[in-house]
Design a binder for this molecule. Structure first.
Ligand SMILES: [Mg+2]
Length: 247
C-alpha cells in the first residue's frame, strides 16, 4: 500500500471519457447505526439520475450489499450495480451475472460432458480445479466448442476461459470489487473509458488497484490512511458535492 502519494483535490471528470464506479455505504451514504436504516436522499438520487445519461450509462454502484438492498435504497433508480463485493452484478443492459463463492464447476462439467458425447473425438479433462475441453481429435467441433464454453461462462463472473492449443479451459477466479470493475470495463458502455472508483473501506482497496492498473482514478473517502487510492475526498458530503458539480 502507498499512502504517500494521496492528494486531496478531487479530480475533474470528463463525461465523455470517464466511467464512474461508486461504493455506497461510507461513500454515498453516511454509515448508519443499523445497516437497514439507510436510504438515499432525494438530492443524491437526483444527482445520480442526472449523471447516468451524461456518462452515457457508464455509472455503476459497487457495494458489499445485495443488489436487492441497493435497489431499495436508491428506489426508483435502477443503476448498473455489483453487489456482495462482486458475487452478483447487474450490467448496464440490466443482465444479471453471478459468481459463486466456491467457484463450483459441477453444472458446467455436466453440460460439457453432454457436448463431448455428441462430438466424436472431443474430450473433457477434469483437472479438479479447472475443466479442459479438448478438440484436437475433433477439429470440426472448434466453433461449437468455443461458443459453448463462452456461453457457459457468460453469466459467471467467477470463471474465465483460456484458449490453448486445441483446447478451451475454464478456470475459476477469486471475485472481489476489483474483478467486478474489470468485468464492467469489458462491456459497453464502460469499455474504452477511464475508470474512476470512489470507496471508503478495506474491501475497496481491490477496486483502487484495478483502476490504478488501468491508469484510472482511485479515490478514498475519509481521513488520511494507508491506501492504494491516489486521491482523497474528506467525507460523504464532499463526494456528493463533487458528483453534483460534474458538468
Ligand atoms: Mg463503503
Amino acid at each position: 500500500m502507498d499512502g504517500g502519494t494521496s492528494v486531496t483535490t478531487p479530480p475533474s471528470v470528463s463525461v465523455a471519457e470517464h466511467a464512474l464506479f461508486l461504493d455506497v455505504d461510507g461513500t454515498l451514504l453516511d454509515i448508519a447505526d443499523t445497516p437497514d436504516a439507510v436510504a438515499a436522499s432525494a438530492e443524491l438520487c437526483a444527482v445520480l439520475k442526472r449523471l447516468e445519461p451524461r456518462l452515457s450509462g457508464a455509472l455503476a454502484l459497487v457495494s458489499g450489499r445485495p443488489i436487492a438492498d441497493i435497489d431499495a435504497i436508491f428506489t426508483p433508480l435502477r443503476l448498473a450495480v455489483a453487489g456482495l463485493h462482486g458475487l452478483e452484478r447487474r450490467d448496464a443492459a440490466h443482465h444479471i451475472h453471478h459468481a459463486r463463492s466456491d467457484g463450483g464447476l459441477d453444472d458446467i462439467k455436466a453440460t460439457l460432458q453432454t457436448f463431448v458425447e455428441g462430438h466424436d473425438g472431443a474430450l473433457l479433462e477434469d483437472k479438479r480445479v479447472s475443466l479442459a475441453l479438448h478438440y484436437r481429435q475433433a477439429p470440426g467441433a472448434e466453433a461449437d466448442a468455443r461458443e459453448l464454453a463462452q456461453s457457459l461462462i457468460a453469466e459467471r463472473d467467477d470463471l474465465h476461459m483460456l484458449a490453448g492449443k486445441m483446447v478451451f479451459e475454464i478456470k475459476p477466479i477469486h471475485v472481489d470489487k476489483g474483478v467486478a470493475i474489470d468485468r464492467f470495463m469489458e462491456e459497453p458502455p464502460f469499455a474504452g473509458r477511464i475508470p474512476i472508483f470512489v470507496g471508503d473501506d478495506v474491501t475497496d482497496e481491490d477496486g483502487f488497484s484495478a483502476v490504478n492498473a488501468r491508469d484510472g482514478v482511485s479515490i478514498r473517502v475519509g481521513p488520511r490512511t494507508q491506501t492504494n487510492a491516489r486521491h482523497r475526498i474528506v467525507n460523504v458530503r464532499s463526494v456528493i458535492e463533487w458528483l453534483a458539480n460534474i458538468m
